[in-house]
Design a protein around this ligand. Structure first.
Ligand SMILES: *[C@@H]1O[C@H](CO)[C@@H](O)[C@H](O)[C@H]1NC(C)=O
Ligand SMILES: *[C@@H]1O[C@H](CO)[C@@H](O)[C@H](O)[C@H]1NC(C)=O
Ligand SMILES: *[C@@H]1O[C@H](CO)[C@@H](O)[C@H](O)[C@H]1NC(C)=O
Ligand SMILES: *[C@@H]1O[C@H](CO)[C@@H](O)[C@H](O)[C@H]1NC(C)=O
Ligand SMILES: *[C@@H]1O[C@H](CO)[C@@H](O)[C@H](O)[C@H]1NC(C)=O
Ligand SMILES: *[C@@H]1O[C@H](CO)[C@@H](O)[C@H](O)[C@H]1NC(C)=O
Ligand SMILES: *[C@@H]1O[C@H](CO)[C@@H](O)[C@H](O)[C@H]1NC(C)=O
Length: 919
């Protein structure tokens, strides 16, 4: 008997060894739609006489004997020409690339419903004092722009919303109707309510959202009509909103549909396209990213959510937000939170604020009961309450925060009949909303909780009541104005600044479908993204070009496109940098999480100075250039002298030292880049442009193995204005950075590995028949598992960093090749040391390719999908059966910035010997 897999060491207490997946689990964890590809046609080839139409491309595919069906078709020259192709055999994808006119083949990617960050439905429109959108307008200067009468008139905004798409246009704040003349004059439902990602979409012309509400929330942030009881107020309430619905009521969508919707929005002349959606990537190369980049290059503004994956650490940006020129938007917490006030009777005490948007559903006066009389007992009510506890149904139960989940405490209280509970804060935890499940309970402050426990101990005659109207209030949010903890941390693997900037996205009140109550508070980069779309509409209107566009019959002129391309720079150079904490003197939050900072729309619109470029990507040490030229243009009527200053935003260690995993919380290290200027100040005459040079030196004394990401701002200040250029770089060579996990931390066995279906790694030579098991997919995010009962195999690997290419080849069992990762000692294969490192990729003697995947995100710690795998079925990538014989698998992963044609730019691993035998 071989020993079963067992855990050796754990790399942290939060990191449990994951069970090795079955083939089915690995398949379900895949990000890709099996056998579906978006094939881009070369426009040059299509325009050549020899190959004049897409039909000839299809005919050529048929002539190759490839069975296929056609999904979405794309026909917008300059943006995208191609088709989604569904194959019946996984092997055929290699043949597709040989078809003349085929320029690129990208897999169809599933875009999942986002992790909701929080939703509170507000049912009573008369409730006052909610965190009205006015506070977010004050944070960003939008109130000042509105005061000048600018509301985004004549601007068309195309909305693409995540999870809960579409708009409830019947909402009174969203115009109360649909069609020409309304706030929502148009739009399209590309999928239908019943679409779940796996069934056929049923498009129609009506993008009404009644099933969930995300799109309606997003629409209200951009365009809700002002002057209502709720204090809700769109950023660009005169803009026209077009809804492109791409999610059904449940399930996920796919990027072939997102691509269609983006191109449709482009062709329908949207000035701004806003995507409250995205999935982890780290690259700029997904179809939707590429298409979004090309649309942005045409001068349309494209905003996309940075992502809600802040807890995963750096290097985890979302697609299509990572697209070049796409404005990827981070989230800042609202400066206010909504609370309700409980009243105290019997003793003299101020009303007690509790964290709920709506009153707790409890009428009458309630006496109190404390589950512990000791205010220092933090594990209060984590265990069943004592037998002598009275029936708690008539009391408001007071319980201390700490040790276990809130819902555990509340279920212990419910076991004793408790119906209403107030959880009092610890002295250290943030006073902010908590998750209480369906229990009627809310958080109160530590001081109020201690007071109530004292009254209970003193047997005071005290009761509490929860007024059902008129007790709402806003309180300052202690984290208000800081980057939301959930906001994704960049940069992309090719070192682009993503996110580009930030906007309010934490604790945002907006509209919900009327059927869901009409109003609600939600959080996420899905909320900050439409805010920036609204801001772009204000910029378009105030720069005067929108009216010109109207007068020329709606055709885009060059000036409009120029403004569109400049929006990202205008917003970045005028943004306010966000501090890392509210402590005096705290450095700014890393640019990797805030981008250029919180947008300031009034400054953007009133700008009298152009500073270019808006951002400087210093890349890694291999591609670092110290000397950058920055220009200042004075658009005012007076001579202005600008002072230059470097404001570092700190350096973060993104990877654990000597342990190649990305830190889930980047560690701020005390080392900054040094920036010197060719001049200390710059004087510019009206209408003139002057330049200066900024000379960068990356931080010294940092450990390059920790991939230290350094960043900051160069401020350009006149007596009237402050502008800035945002920079970021990494003080390490990305090409020297580990890609493949070769530890045993995740599954308890050294990776990469070949694993059988029973959960055992293959260590000794083993024969397989590859018969009897239907396993028809090339599982792109799967392990190389070769297995069950020796019928098939899968190989498992993890990517500690992203890679542009993972390639699997079949090699001879006695191949002379030295992989970068040695195979376990039990295997007879010893490898071979080359005298020369100048081997190139093509010179490695392989028998044939088994498969490859491109532009992979890094793996995360999630036991259910924190790995990649590749299923091997006894065939080459082209579907041809492998001859009987003894072989090994060769796995190679391209290093970031590596050259695909150079063997030395890959990490590699040669797997255990296996035989292909005819049964
Ligand atoms: C307790 O206070 C209530 C009013 O809040 C009063 O009606 C009641 O008589 C008091 N009971 C005692 C025992 O003092
Ligand atoms: C409030 O509580 C009462 C009694 O427990 C219940 O009947 C009612 O449905 C609740 N209302 C809401 C809005 O949950
Ligand atoms: C960094 O350098 C690599 C290699 O030349 C390049 O592919 C990448 O685009 C560069 N990144 C930026 C932000 O320019
Ligand atoms: C930076 O580059 C400019 C030209 O682009 C050059 O004039 C200047 O001398 C350079 N500065 C340094 C310190 O190399
Ligand atoms: C760190 O620096 C050393 C010495 O310059 C170099 O050999 C190594 O490749 C660097 N590693 C990284 C990840 O940059
Ligand atoms: C695998 O099959 C080959 C050819 O049939 C045979 O020679 C060899 O002994 C087998 N190896 C194992 C480990 O079963
Ligand atoms: C499939 O690929 C293998 C390995 O590269 C090659 O030997 C074989 O000829 C190919 N088959 C076809 C039908 O192209």
């Amino acid at each position: 008997m071989k020993p079963a897999i067992f855990a050796l060491t754990l790399f942290s207490s939060a990191f449990a060894v994951a069970p090795i997946p079955t083939a089915q689990q690995a398949k379900d964890a895949s990000n890709y739609v099996p056998n579906a590809y978006i094939v881009e046609f070369s426009e040059e080839a299509l325009s050549r006489r020899s190959l004049i139409s897409r039909h000839e491309v299809y005919a050529a595919i048929s002539q190759k004997g490839i069975p296929f069906s056609i999904g979405e078709e794309y026909d917008t020259p300059g943006i995208f020409t191609g088709a989604a192709i569904w194959l019946s055999s996984p092997g055929d994808v290699a043949k597709l690339s040989e078809i003349p006119g085929v320029q690129a083949i990208r897999p169809v990617v599933k875009v999942p419903a986002p992790k909701p960050v929080g939703l509170t439905v507000v049912k009573n429109p008369m409730t006052t004092g909610l965190p009205d959108s006015y506070s977010t307008h004050v944070m960003t200067g939008v109130d000042k722009v509105h005061a000048r009468g600018i509301f985004g008139s004549d601007i068309n905004i195309g909305m693409y919303a995540h999870l809960r798409p579409g708009i409830d246009y019947n909402h009174p704040l969203l115009g109360g109707g649909f069609g020409p003349g309304y706030k929502v004059p148009g739009g399209y439902d590309l999928v239908g309510d019943a679409f779940n990602g796996q069934n056929a979409p049923e498009p129609d012309n009506d993008p009404l959202d009644e099933c969930n509400g995300h799109g309606t929330h997003v629409a209200g942030i951009i365009g809700a009509s002002p002057d209502n009881d709720m204090g809700i107020n769109g950023v660009a309430s005169n803009a026209s909103l077009f809804s492109y619905r791409i999610f059904g009521c449940i399930g996920y969508t796919t990027d072939d549909i997102i691509t269609t919707a983006l191109i449709q929005g482009y062709n329908e002349k949207m000035d701004i396209l806003t995507l409250s959606l995205g999935g982890p990537s780290g690259w700029t190369e997904g179809t939707a990213s590429v298409v979004a980049s090309r649309i942005a290059a045409q001068g349309r503004v494209v905003t996309a959510a940075a992502g809600n994956d802040g807890q995963e650490g750096a290097w985890y940006t979302s697609d299509p937000g990572g697209g070049i020129g796409v404005i990827s938007v981070a989230s800042v917490d609202n400066i206010v939170s909504s609370v309700q006030n409980a009243s105290v009777q019997g003793v003299d005490h101020d009303p007690i604020p509790y964290f709920m948007a709506l009153p707790l559903n409890a009428t009458g006066d309630w006496p109190i009961y404390a589950t512990s009389t000791d205010i220092s007992q933090v594990n209060d009510a984590c265990n069943p309450l004592p037998d002598d506890t009275p029936d708690l149904s008539g009391f408001v139960v007071i319980v201390h925060r700490g040790t276990c989940e809130f819902t555990q405490k509340l279920s212990m209280i419910a076991e004793k009949g408790g119906k209403v509970a107030l959880i009092y804060n610890s002295d250290t935890a943030a006073f902010s909303p908590i998750a209480v499940g369906n229990f009627p309970a809310a958080l109160i402050s530590a001081a109020d909780g201690k007071f109530l426990v004292e009254q209970f101990v003193a047997k005071a005659n005290i009761t509490i009541s929860f007024p059902q109207t008129g007790a709402a209030a806003t309180i300052p949010n202690p984290d208000g104005g800081l980057i939301s903890a959930f906001s994704t941390i960049g940069p992309t693997f090719p070192m682009y600044l993503s996110p580009a900037l930030a906007a309010p996205g934490g604790n945002i009140l907006s509209t919900l479908p009327l059927k869901m109550g009409g109003y609600g508070v939600e959080s996420g980069t899905s909320m900050s993204t439409p805010f920036v779309a609204g801001a772009a509409a204000l910029i378009f209107e105030s720069l005067g070009t929108a009216a010109e566009v109207q007068s020329t019959g709606g055709t885009k002129n060059g000036e409009m496109a120029e403004v569109g391309r400049a929006v990202i720079r205008i917003l970045q150079t005028t943004a306010a940098s966000v501090a890392s904490t509210h402590t005096d003197g705290a450095p700014p939050r890393t640019v990797a999480q805030q981008g250029a900072g919180l947008i300031q729309v009034d400054r953007a619109i009133n700008m009298k100075t152009i500073v270019e470029p808006g951002q400087i990507a210093l890349n890694d040490t291999d591609h670092f250039k110290p000397n950058h030229t920055i220009s200042i243009t004075n658009m005012g009527s007076k001579v202005v002298t600008y002072q230059l200053q470097h404001i570092p935003a700190g350096t973060i260690s993104t990877v654990a030292p000597n342990f190649p995993f990305v830190e889930s919380v980047p560690i701020v290290v005390s080392a900054n880049a040094v920036v010197t200027f060719s001049r200390s100040s710059v004087t510019v005459y009206p209408g003139d442009t002057e330049q200066f040079h900024a000379i960068f030196t990356p931080p010294s004394g940092v450990d390059n193995k920790t991939l230290p990401v350094y960043s900051g701002f160069i401020s350009v200040t006149s007596p009237a204005e402050t502008l800035k250029v945002t920079y970021m770089g990494v003080a390490a060579s990305l090409k020297a950075t580990t890609i493949l996990d070769s530890t045993d931390e995740f599954f308890g066995i050294s990776l990469p590995a070949v694993i059988n279906a029973d959960g055992y790694p293959q260590e000794r030579p083993t024969n397989y028949t590859f018969v009897g098991r239907d396993f028809p997919y090339l599982l792109l995010r799967q392990v190389f598992l070769f297995l069950r009962h020796r019928l098939w195999l899968t190989s498992a690997h993890r990517l500690v960093f992203g890679t542009a290419l993972v390639r699997f080849d079949l090699v001879d069992k006695d191949i002379q090749f030295t992989p970068t990762i040695p195979l376990s000692k039990r295997d007879p294969y010893t490898g071979w040391w080359s005298q020369s490192t100048a081997r190139t990729f093509g010179k490695v003697k392989t028998i044939g390719p088994l498969g490859q995947v491109e532009y992979q995100a890094r793996s995360i710690d999630d036991p259910s999908n924190g790995y990649d795998s590749f299923a091997f079925q006894g065939t080459f990538a082209n579907g041809t059966r492998i001859d009987d014989g003894q072989y090994r698998p060769l796995l190679r992963a391209l290093k970031v910035g590596g050259d695909r044609s150079k063997e030395e730019d890959y990490e590699s691993w040669v797997g255990p010997q296996f035989g292909v035998v005819t049964p």
